[in-house]
Design a protein around this ligand. Structure first.
Ligand code: ADP
Ligand code: MG
Length: 547
């Protein structure tokens, strides 16, 4: 009939505008590489923030003891504790609890969100069993995974740049999320002090920090982005891990970069001589100023600093009246949190549905790449195309009212339909009925619906593969160098990657296709299960002051 023809035209046109031939993917990859360079060159130089995380030491496997992590993603947050056995012991034991975030907490106030999280954390801590107790005299330490763009500029702060995914709380933007969390923990009656925060970002240089007051503290906080956590978690399991990608509600990537390749970082480096003398001045001032209260002794050895950031955090610790022992650990690598979700390029195959989704989103114009590849949006793109077809009479004379509801079709449902292997596509039929209240679909219609899932998932998967190729290019790992046996492992995590098999397969096959057979053999993708959570705990451990 005419209606069918019309609907097929819509599908055909949609498919056409979603095409991702290899030539196009290579352009996307090149654009990603170019943006990476630009983002590293200067602050604000690119849509990609390329945030320096100051994580330049990753877990070694020697970490030992009880560590907590709090992982705030997009849909759920997890609290977890791990018991690390030290050398050869690995992760002896772990427990976690997953809590979904009520939608009203995502758009209410900062205090309401952090109170909710802190209450769950307090609850979880209260249920600590005997074999999971912290070493006596040592406070509990917590890695805080906060999967939103955060600029870390000092030891005790990480400022939220903007919310992404389904979050929108204006007052939090510009706030220090660690301070907000800490205040909330205090409101819960958890005794702690945020001034003692050693963000893992800085822990790298302050590899040994003694704090006289710290024994009274309950928690030590570290903040870490989920990609960085995944990188750390992956690295703990496999030392060849140098890239991590999250494909969950949102999407992001982190990788290990040479310090030399981060021009904007070097812009911040004072000459080492200046550094040492200003540090000495600071310490002498401090000793003078604080001698009246005489909280402790300050001693510094082997001063080697390379960044004013590090200086400012040391200064903060000193002002917070802690005694410090500084080691001469200076690293030549840094972990870059790309915030790749905000990537955009004229080469991205965007459709009218993507444009409308973006325009009506909580963050129009932002996170364009994320909006075509990640879990929060795939199902919604699907709904929009179906709705358009419904308006042309695909489901009969009336448009099913449920189809008008934004986000009613989640990506898990879309993936269930996509994976339907029953001959009569029963899963598709049932979901259409249960969620959209559409019954009496023909097999022919259901096949078209599966085809739509395939178009959307394939485009997303192939575009993520292109992004990965961009990173590998930037790292010089997209080719094989003479005489070098270099292995590259990419740690992946997130619900979309984990559960959407078609997507995962499509991504992996596409990456192989892009790299060619020979190079593909040197590159491996590993699923880093809950890497973002455990990784945060590991980073708290590897930057612990008590080990
Ligand atoms: P977050 O990104 O919030 O930290 P996860 O990594 O657990 O959390 O990812 C959750 C997301 O993964 C969901 O929003 C959803 O889009 C996607 N997802 C979860 N289960 C499935 C599934 N079975 N099939 C496809 N996508 C899924
Ligand atoms: Mg997550």
């Amino acid at each position: 009939s005419g209606k069918w023809v019309k609907a097929m035209e819509i599908v055909k046109e949609f498919e056409e505008s979603c095409r991702t031939p290899i030539s196009k993917l290579k352009q996307v990859a090149d654009a990603m590489t170019v943006e990476m360079h630009a983002g590293l060159a200067s602050e604000g130089g690119s849509k990609l923030k390329m945030l320096i995380t100051y994580v330049d030491s990753l877990p070694t496997g020697d970490e030992k003891g009880l560590f907590y992590a709090l992982d705030l993603g997009g849909t759920n947050f997890r609290v977890l504790r791990v018991l690390l056995g030290g050398k050869d012991g690995g992760i002896l034991k772990q427990q976690f609890k997953e809590v979904s975030i009520p939608p009203n907490k995502m758009t209410g106030s900062s205090a309401a969100l952090f109170d909710y999280i802190a209450a769950e954390l307090a609850n979880f801590v209260a249920q600590e069993e005997d074999d999971f107790k912290p070493t006596s005299g040592r406070p509990r330490e917590l890695g805080f995974t906060f999967s939103f763009p955060v600029m870390q500029t000092s030891i005790a702060s990480g400022t939220l740049l903007r919310w992404t995914k389904g979050f929108s709380i204006d007052e939090t933007v510009g706030q220090d999320v660690v301070a907000e969390l800490t205040k909330a923990l205090e409101r819960q009656g958890l005794e702690m002090r945020v001034s003692a925060l050693v963000s893992l970002c800085y822990g790298l240089l302050l590899s040994t920090v003694y704090d006289l007051d710290i024994l009274q503290l309950t928690f030590e906080l570290d903040t870490v982005n989920d990609t960085v956590g995944t990188l750390a978690g992956g690295k703990y399991a496999n030392n060849d891990v140098v890239v991590s990608v999250i494909l969950g509600t949102g999407s992001n990537a982190a990788y290990v970069e040479r310090a030399q390749a981060i021009p904007k970082w070097h812009g911040l480096l004072p000459k080492s001589g200046e550094m040492v003398s200003s540090l000495l001045i600071a310490i002498s001032k401090l000793c003078y100023l604080e001698s009246a209260v005489s909280v402790g002794h300050y001693y510094v050895s082997n001063m080697v600093y390379s960044s004013s950031f590090k200086f400012s955090c040391i200064w903060r610790i000193l002002r917070g009246s802690y005694s410090i022992l500084l080691s001469n650990h200076v690293s030549d690598m840094g972990v870059i949190n790309m915030e790749w979700g905000n990537f955009r390029s004229s080469h991205l195959p965007l459709t009218e549905y993507d444009q409308a989704l973006d325009a009506e989103s909580l963050n129009p114009g932002e996170q364009i790449y994320e909006k075509v590849i990640s879990g929060m949006y795939l199902g919604e793109i699907f709904r929009r195309v179906l709705y358009r077809m419904a308006k042309e009479g695909f489901f009969g004379d009336i448009v099913p009212p449920k189809l008008k509801e934004p986000f009613i079709l989640g990506t898990p449902v879309m993936s269930a339909m996509h994976h339907d292997t029953s001959p009569d596509l029963k899963v598709v039929a049932n979901n259409l009925k249960d969620i959209l209240e559409i019954s009496n679909t023909s097999l022919k219609m259901r096949k078209v619906i599966v085809q739509l899932c395939d178009i959307i998932a394939t485009r997303g998967a192939r575009l993520s593969a292109a992004g990965l190729l961009g990173i590998l290019k930037k790292m010089g790992r997209d080719t094989i160098k003479e005489g070098e046996k270099q292995k590259t492992v990419i740690a992946m995590d997130g619900g979309l990657y984990e559960h959407y098999e078609e997507y995962r397969n499509s991504l992996e096959n596409c990456l192989k296709e892009l790299l060619g057979e020979e190079v593909s053999k040197t590159i491996k993708i590993e699923h880093s299960n809950d890497g973002s959570g455990i990784g945060a705990a590991l980073l708290a451990a590897s930057h612990s002051q008590y080990l």
